[in-house]
Design a protein around this ligand. Structure first.
Ligand SMILES: C[S@@+](CC[C@H](N)C(=O)[O-])C[C@H]1O[C@@H](n2cnc3c(N)ncnc32)[C@H](O)[C@@H]1O
Ligand SMILES: [Mg+2]
Length: 948
């Protein structure tokens, strides 16, 4: 039997106000658009705005405006809280003694049958109106227990067990009814108004009662008490002029609706989904039965319906019906909705952490709860924190507590990373980089702007029962550079632990504590087992009726019907995002049956995080874009198949229980097609494999040359988010004017914010590179000439050309040296020959036996956006010809790897210098050219320009 701990109901501020004002409390939500973080003055690009919500609360005696919140409901609660504080309202119900609650209950029951009550939108009104059309105007007591929250709350104050037992609520209402003069009890469990309503009122009921005009069949679920019996469907007839509760009574095999007990609503707060069961199953009708008496009766224990009790969180006895039908606050009409078998299995699945994730991705047969949260941008489906909160709510626990601590002195990543990182090390390294919000240069956004050092966060989590007992505490060992990463990773760890606990409950706790890499989890086993008693028991029962394993070997991928197509060379590797379409069919070989269960036209997942079933991941890693494959896996549990089947669950349930099914070889067949691959960002690899990171080395290389050249003006072609400009402002140079050009407005916005904050810091502290007098950012293509950037001292173009089509890269070379004519131009681009080293290190599972040549020929580009990558020879060919055409000299260098050692530098660099003898020729023409770039941001040092 369930022995869930019962806590005092805690009323939210809104609920408290509702108690006092009802509908007189009016909430209105208004959106507030706020620019995100450090906005940048003068930026001529739309900046990111965050939408938040403010709540306006109108009460008869005052109006309140809340602060802005990310969630609407938080704004409402905050407004309600402010009102409560201003008005000095006390949580009344909380302070009632059981005796006072009893008096209130009697008054409430009486009020529910008053004429005044009939004008409210209360769901009970529908029942009273229906009853008035029947002889005697009788209403089942259980309806009051089910519909009126206030009655329920009062009953809980009188007897805390009312939380779990509908029956005890009914008994308390029965007693209260006997004490109030205005109602009377009829039979055992009927209640009615002692003096009938005025004929005029009854007349108006008839007019307003909008009952269905024709018979409707509502699909419902039959949940047998015996766990050995399968859950099935049934339909409830809703017939004009008949009370729907009587139909339910009939389905339960009881005489009338007064002996039908009703659970609280299940699922969403607005849902009318409830469990119905027979009061006759419980020895209720004995005189004055107490709950202690009831639960001590062996018979009651035997008829305890575990599955129904688990779903409703209340004690349910005997066979039960799960249905969505009833009156609501929203409309006077009877509302109803089908509950399919698929819905039932989805609800069960929803209670497990991995099930909740699968449902959030609508990919029940493909998705798995990932084992790692690498970056927010790669995570799909509900985030771990949301999943954990949902899990706690579903299991009627308190909301989890997250305590984030900032540890400024912990160093996340070692200074010198080995070249060959093990996968687990790599995942950690990647985690610590977290470039997710950034497109190109991967500047982590939690990096402390002043010191350049990252601060570190850990997030501790505590899970408490509703009775405030500690169930689980998690103190992580790892720290993260972003607060959100710390929270998400900690939440994920706890979810993974719960998943294991609920699935391997029989395992001793020592084993559970050390599963996977979940360390730092401390559980209070007794409390935990008590809270999850039902869940564990249901899970073990479901396991026992799980399907017999079919003859096909698990894990085996067979029948690789690869469609021959041009190999694009692009296959997913660890850390990349694979986009697939898939279909899963239930196949019965002997019967030649192939039934589609689940399909998705587009499904994205991060490779290497266990976000899909292992067979699927293994298969996808062997595909290139546009290739298709099929494989078979042994049948998973029946529950999972039925949850996936959704609306067709009934059909599949029949199929799976048919005799012929057990005789045939059955399996699930997955057909998948790889639609696209988003490679992990190149700089993620660069950061993980080089120390300092390759991008940092490039910037330092450029910086050295800039200093040596004593340049005063610099243009960064394809500046991206401004990583080079940032570095220029952090170091002493002779530069007075710096300009960036890019085609990405998003990157330019980031660059503007970054340059702005660096410049303000410089002028405040009078340090670093104070020589810069002006900074400009332009939006435009570097293959177009703009005379404002003519004849600068130095031009840089780092890791840009490979992002253009090859002919455009050639064009850029000609425009840069032929029109822009900088004195010096530095161009960097990946060295294709270096890729085998990078890719071998980044995918340790790849076959090592391949000789180097074949590896090179199979190598992918470093970034999905690269249009080409050149070998050293190709690069030198391009650069030398270009230089010769425009009277420049060129030298080569690079970063990553060493000079003269095969296969050269990881990033190859050309430095073009204008031939001193050749003066710039196109001067006149240049000045006549149109200004094609758009200024998106500019800054001038007013003090200096004024002084000058
Ligand atoms: C890999 S990022 C490099 C950014 C920066 N140079 C760095 O090293 O961090 C390449 C950049 O080139 C820009 N880009 C590509 N084609 C361009 C074009 N035709 N004109 C201007 N920018 C371009 C992209 O928008 C992107 O910001
Ligand atoms: Mg690149």
């Amino acid at each position: 039997m369930s022995t869930l701990a019962v806590g005092k109901p805690v009323l939210t501020p809104k609920a408290l106000l509702h108690q006092k004002y009802g509908r007189k409390a009016c909430y209105r939500i208004e959106e507030v658009h706020e620019p995100v973080e450090n906005s940048c003055p003068g930026l001529a690009l739309p900046q990111h705005v965050r939408c938040r919500y403010r709540c306006y609360l109108e009460l008869p005696e005052l109006s309140i405006v809340s602060d802005a919140f990310t969630r609407k409901k938080d704004a409402e609660q905050a407004a309600a809280q402010m009102a409560i504080e201003k008005l000095g309202i006390q949580a009344k119900a909380d302070n009632l003694t059981p005796e006072e609650a009893w008096d209130e209950l009697v008054a409430r029951v009486s009020y529910l049958f008053s004429e005044e009550f009939l004008s409210s939108a209360h769901p009970l009104v529908g029942h009273i109106k229906e009853a008035s059309q029947r002889e005697g105007g009788l209403v089942p007591l259980s309806i009051i227990a089910a519909c009126d929250v206030k009655v329920n709350n009062l009953c809980k104050l009188i007897d805390p067990k009312a939380e779990l037992d509908t029956l005890s609520v009914v008994i308390l209402i029965l007693k209260a009814a006997k004490q109030c003069g205005s109602v009377c009890i009829s039979g055992d469990l009927w209640i009615r108004k002692r003096n009938p309503y005025a004929p005029a009122i009854i007349q108006s009921f008839g007019n307003h009662l909008s009952e269905p005009t024709e018979c409707v069949q509502v699909e419902a679920i039959h949940v047998p008490c015996s766990a050995e019996k399968s859950v099935g469907t049934l339909s409830i007839d809703i017939v004009p002029n008949k009370y729907y509760m009587d139909e339910i009574a009939q389905s339960l095999g009881v005489c009338d609706s007064s002996v039908v007990l009703i659970s609280r609503s299940i699922g969403k707060a607005s849902s009318e989904m409830r469990i119905y069961f027979s009061a006759l199953e419980v020895p209720l009708l004995a005189p004055n039965p107490s709950l202690e008496f009831l639960s001590s009766v062996e018979h009651v224990k035997q008829i305890f319906n575990e599955r129904a009790s688990f779903l409703s969180g209340q004690n349910i006895y005997g066979d039960a019906i799960l249905a969505t039908v009833g009156y609501t606050w929203r409309s006077p009409d009877l509302s109803h909705e089908d509950v399919s078998l698929g819905t039932y299995y989805r609800m069960l699945l929803h209670r497990l952490p991995d099930g909740c994730y699968k449902l959030s991705r609508e990919a029940i047969l493909a998705a798995e709860l990932p084992i790692a949260f690498t970056t927010r941008s790669n995570w799909r489906g509900l985030c771990p924190k949301e999943l954990l909160c949902m899990f706690c709510r579903q299991h009627k626990l308190l909301e989890p507590t997250f305590s984030v601590k900032s540890l400024p002195d912990i160093v996340t990543s070692p200074d010198h990373k080995p070249m060959a990182l093990k996968l687990c090390d790599k995942v950690k390294a990647l985690k610590s980089i977290n470039e997710d919000e950034f497109g190109w240069d991967g500047v982590p956004d939690s990096v402390d702007e002043h010191s350049g050092e990252a601060s570190n966060f850990i997030c501790e989590i505590q899970i408490l029962s509703r009775g405030n007992d500690v169930l689980l505490e998690y103190v992580p060992e790892e720290s993260y550079r972003k607060e959100n990463d710390a929270i998400q990773n900690a939440s994920l760890k706890v979810l993974i632990w719960f998943n294991k606990y609920l699935k391997q409950s029989a395992a001793p706790m020592e084993i559970l504590s050390s599963v996977g890499d979940v360390q730092g989890i401390h559980v209070h086993r007794q409390n935990l087992d008590r809270e999850f008693l039902l869940c564990l028991s249901i899970h073990s029962v479901e396991k026992s009726i799980a399907l017999r394993k079919c003859s096909l070997q698990d894990q085996i991928i067979h029948g690789d019907y690869y469609i021959e197509c041009l190999d694009s060379g692009l296959s997913p590797s660890q850390g990349s995002l694979a986009c697939i379409s898939y279909a899963v069919a239930l196949v019965m070989d002997g019967k030649g049956m192939n039934e589609l269960i689940e399909r998705k036209d587009e499904f994205e997942f991060e490779v290497g995080t266990g976000a899909v079933i292992p067979q699927l991941e293994t298969c996808v890693m062997q595909l290139s874009i546009n290739q298709e494959a099929r494989f078979a896996v042994a049948l998973p549990s029946r529950d999972l198949i039925l949850a996936a089947a959704g609306a067709s669950a009934k059909y599949f349930a029949q199929l799976l229980s048919s005799d012929s099914f057990h005789e045939k070889s059955c399996y699930l067949e997955y057909s998948i097609k790889l639609l696209g691959v988003t490679e992990p960002f190149e700089d993620r690899m660069e950061q993980a494999l080089f120390s300092p990171s390759l991008s940092k080395q490039r910037v330092e290389y450029a910086l050295r040359h800039i200093r040596e050249s004593c340049a005063k003006t610099l243009v960064d072609f394809g500046c991206g988010s401004g990583s080079l400009l940032e570095s220029l402002l952090e170091h002493k140079t002779t530069l007075q004017k710096i300009v960036g050009v890019d085609l990405s407005k998003k990157s330019l916005s980031r660059a503007a914010k970054m340059v702005h904050s660096k410049l303000s810091m410089n002028s405040n502290h009078g340090i670093q590179n104070a020589s810069v007098k002006s900074a400009e950012l332009y939006y435009g293509s570097i293959t177009d000439f703009d005379p404002r950037l003519y004849a600068f001292d130095i031009g840089t173009c780092l890791e840009v050309i490979e992002h253009m089509e090859e002919d455009q890269a050639h064009m850029f070379g000609d425009v840069a040296l032929g029109y822009f004519c900088p004195h010096t131009l530095i161009v960097s681009t990946p060295n294709y020959e270096y890729n085998p080293i990078l890719q071998k290190t980044s995918s340790p599972d790849k076959d090592d036996s391949m000789d180097e040549k074949s590896q090179t020929s199979q190598c992918r580009f470093r970034n999905h956006d690269h249009k080409f990558e050149w070998t050293r020879e190709q690069f030198e060919h391009w650069a030398s010809n270009l230089a010769a055409r425009h009277n420049y000299g060129v030298e080569f260098g690079g970063v990553g790897g060493s000079e003269g050692v095969e296969p050269g530098f990881a990033s190859q660099i050309a430095i073009f210098r204008r031939d001193a003898l050749h003066q710039v020729k196109q001067c006149i023409m240049n000045w006549e050219s149109k200004q094609v770039y758009e200024v998106v941001w500019e800054w001038t040092d007013c003090s200096r320009s004024a002084a000058a």
